[in-house]
Ligand binder design. Structure first.
Ligand code: GDP
Length: 460
C-alpha cells in the first residue's frame, strides 16, 4: 500500500535534502510535488489543499529558516501534518461503563465488514473480553451464515435471528425479489443487546446490512440501529481501494448514520492511499483499525504517526517491535531488552531465536516492508526468496555454540567447515558474517540513540 505515493515523496525529499539551504522556491517546488503525489494517490482535493496550505505556511515561516538543517525540518513538518490528516492521536475503543459495550459496523457491501467483525472479536477476545457477534444483515441471503463462519473462526458466539423466521422466503429470493428484507434488523440488533446482557458478554459487535451504493433507506435503518441499541461505537468500514469515491461515501455515512470512527480494510492491496488519507479529515472522526488481509489475525490498531512514517518511508519500527513482542515469549523478550540495554552484542543464538519468532509472526516480506528505507527497495523485496532464510538458518546451525556467540572469531578454516556443514559455498558464509557484523554495528548505533545510519534523525 501507498507504494507509489511513498516513492514519490521519498524522491521529492531526496532532491530537497541535497540542498544546504532551502529557499522559498525550493519550498514551492516541494509543495508542488507533494500536491501532485497526493492527487495521484486519489486524496480528496479539499484535504490536499488543507495539507499543502499548512505545510507551506509552516515551511516558509521561521520554523525552517532558523533550523540547523532546513531540509530535514521540511520533512519533519510534512510528517507532522500527515499525522494530523490521518487523525492525530491513536484512538482506542471506548468501553461502556455498563457492559455490554455496543460496537456497530456500517459500510458499503463488500467493504469488509463481516471479515472485520471476526477480526475485532478475535482481537478483543485475546485481550480477555467476551465478545458476541450479532448478524443484523438480513439483506443478503447468506450473510448470517457468513457471520457464523467468521464467529467460529474467531471462537466467539454469534447471535442470529431464528433461521425459520428469517429465511422462510427463499422462494421469493430465487424468483428475483432478492432485495426485500427478511425480519427486522433493528429488532435483531436490540435483541442481541439483551442476549449479550443476559449471557454476560461484555462486548457486542453488530454487523449491519451492506449497501452497494449510498442508499437512503438502508442508511436510515443503520441510523435506527445505532439509536435503538444506543451504540457506544459506530465504526464506518471502508475499503482502502475505492479511491475518490471514498469521500462521498464517508460523508454520507458520517451524516446519515453518525459514526465515531473508521476502519480501513484491504490495506494489503495496492491501494493508492487516497481513502486512508481523506477519511479522517472528511468525517472528522479518527481511523481506529487497519485491516490487512483475509485472515482473522490481519488487523492492527491504527496509529496515525506510524502510518505517516510508513508513507514517508521512515519505517514503522514500533509496529515491528509490537509484532515481535507478540511472537517472542515474555522471557525471550525480557532477555532481548536486557541485552539491548546492557550494551551486549547480539549473537547468532539471538539471531536463531529471532528467525524462529519471525516465522511465527508470518511473512518475512511483510515484516521487512516495515523497515526504514525499504520502500525504495520494493523490487528487491518482491524478488526476495524466503527460502534464502532457510539457507541462512542452516549456516547458523552449522556453527558451534562458541562460534555463535563470538562471530568475530570465525576464521577461514571455521568458515570452510560451516560451509561444508550447511551445503553452501564459503563465499555465502563470508557474506553472512559480513552482514551480521553490519547489523551488529547498526544495533550499536541505534542504542547510542544515533538513529539508523542513512536515515534522517527525526526529533521527537
Ligand atoms: P462485507 O460485505 O462488508 O461484509 O464484506 P466482507 O467481509 O464479506 O468482505 C468482502 C471481501 O473482501 C471478502 O472476499 C473478504 O475476504 C475480503 N476482505 C475483507 N477484508 C480484507 C482485507 O483486509 N484484505 C483483503 N485482501 N481482503 C479482505
Amino acid at each position: 500500500m501507498f507504494t507509489s505515493l511513498s516513492d514519490r515523496l521519498t524522491l521529492t525529499f531526496k532532491n530537497l535534502k541535497r540542498k544546504g539551504t532551502v529557499t522559498e522556491s525550493d519550498v514551492n517546488a516541494t509543495i508542488r510535488d507533494i500536491r501532485i503525489a497526493l492527487l495521484d494517490a486519489d486524496v480528496a482535493l479539499p484535504v490536499v489543499k488543507q495539507f499543502t496550505g499548512s505545510v507551506r505556511e509552516r515551511a516558509l515561516g521561521a520554523e525552517v529558516h532558523q533550523a540547523l538543517n532546513p531540509a530535514q525540518q521540511v520533512v519533519k513538518i510534512v510528517n507532522e501534518e500527515l499525522v494530523g490528516i490521518l487523525g492525530g492521536q491513536t484512538r482506542r475503543l471506548q468501553l461502556a461503563k455498563n457492559p455490554p459495550t455496543v460496537i456497530m459496523l456500517a459500510g458499503l457491501q463488500g467493504s469488509g465488514k463481516t471479515t472485520f467483525a471476526g477480526k475485532l472479536a478475535h482481537l478483543l477476545k485475546g485481550q480477555g473480553h467476551t465478545p458476541m457477534l450479532v448478524a443484523a444483515d438480513l439483506q443478503r441471503p447468506n450473510a448470517v451464515t457468513q457471520l457464523e463462519v467468521v464467529g467460529e473462526r474467531a471462537g466467539v458466539p454469534v447471535f442470529a435471528p431464528e433461521r425459520g423466521n428469517v429465511f422462510g422466503h427463499d422462494a421469493a429470493l430465487e424468483s428475483g425479489e432478492g432485495t426485500r428484507s427478511f425480519g427486522d434488523p433493528v429488532d435483531v440488533a436490540v435483541d442481541g443487546v439483551e442476549e449479550a446482557r443476559r449471557r454476560g458478554n461484555d462486548i457486542l459487535i453488530i454487523d449491519t446490512a451492506g449497501r452497494l451504493a449510498v442508499d437512503v433507506e438502508l442508511m436510515r435503518q443503520a441510523h435506527d440501529i445505532r439509536v435503538e441499541t444506543d451504540a457506544d461505537e459506530v465504526l464506518f468500514v471502508i475499503d482502502a481501494m475505492i479511491g475518490q469515491a471514498a469521500v462521498e461515501t464517508a460523508k454520507a455515512f458520517a451524516d446519515g448514520v453518525g459514526i465515531t470512527g473508521s476502519v480501513l480494510t484491504k490495506l494489503d492491496g495496492d491501494a493508492r492511499g487516497g481513502a486512508a488519507l481523506s477519511v479522517a479529515s472528511v468525517t472528522g472522526r479518527p481511523i481506529m483499525y487497519a485491516s490487512t488481509g483475509e485472515g482473522v489475525k490481519d488487523v492492527e490498531l491504527f496509529h496515525p504517526d506510524r502510518m505517516a512514517s510508513r508513507i514517508l518511508d521512515m519505517g514503522d519500527v514500533l509496529t515491528l517491535i509490537e509484532q515481535a513482542e507478540q511472537a517472542f515469549d515474555q522471557v525471550q523478550a525480557r532477555e532481548m531488552t536486557r541485552k539491548f540495554l546492557a550494551d551486549e552484542d547480539f549473537t547468532f543464538d539471538d539471531f536463531l531465536e529471532q528467525m524462529a519468532a519471525i516465522k511465527r509472526m508470518g511473512s518475512l516480506k511483510q515484516m521487512l516492508g516495515m523497515m526504514p528505507g525499504m520502500q525504495g527497495m520494493r523490487a528487491q523485496l518482491d524478488a526476495l526468496d524466503e527460502r534464502e532464510f532457510d539457507r541462512v538458518e542452516a549456516m547458523v546451525r552449522s556453527m558451534t555454540p562458541f562460534e555463535r556467540n563470538h562471530p568475530k572469531q570465525i576464521n577461514g578454516s571455521r568458515r570452510a567447515r560451516i560451509a561444508r556443514g550447511s551445503g553452501v559455498s564459503p563465499s555465502e558464509v563470508n557474506q553472512l558474517l559480513e552482514r551480521f557484523g553490519e547489523a551488529q554495528k547498526m544495533m550499536r548505533q541505534l542504542k547510542k540513540g544515533g538513529g539508523i545510519p542513512g536515515m534522517p534523525g527525526m526529533p521527537g
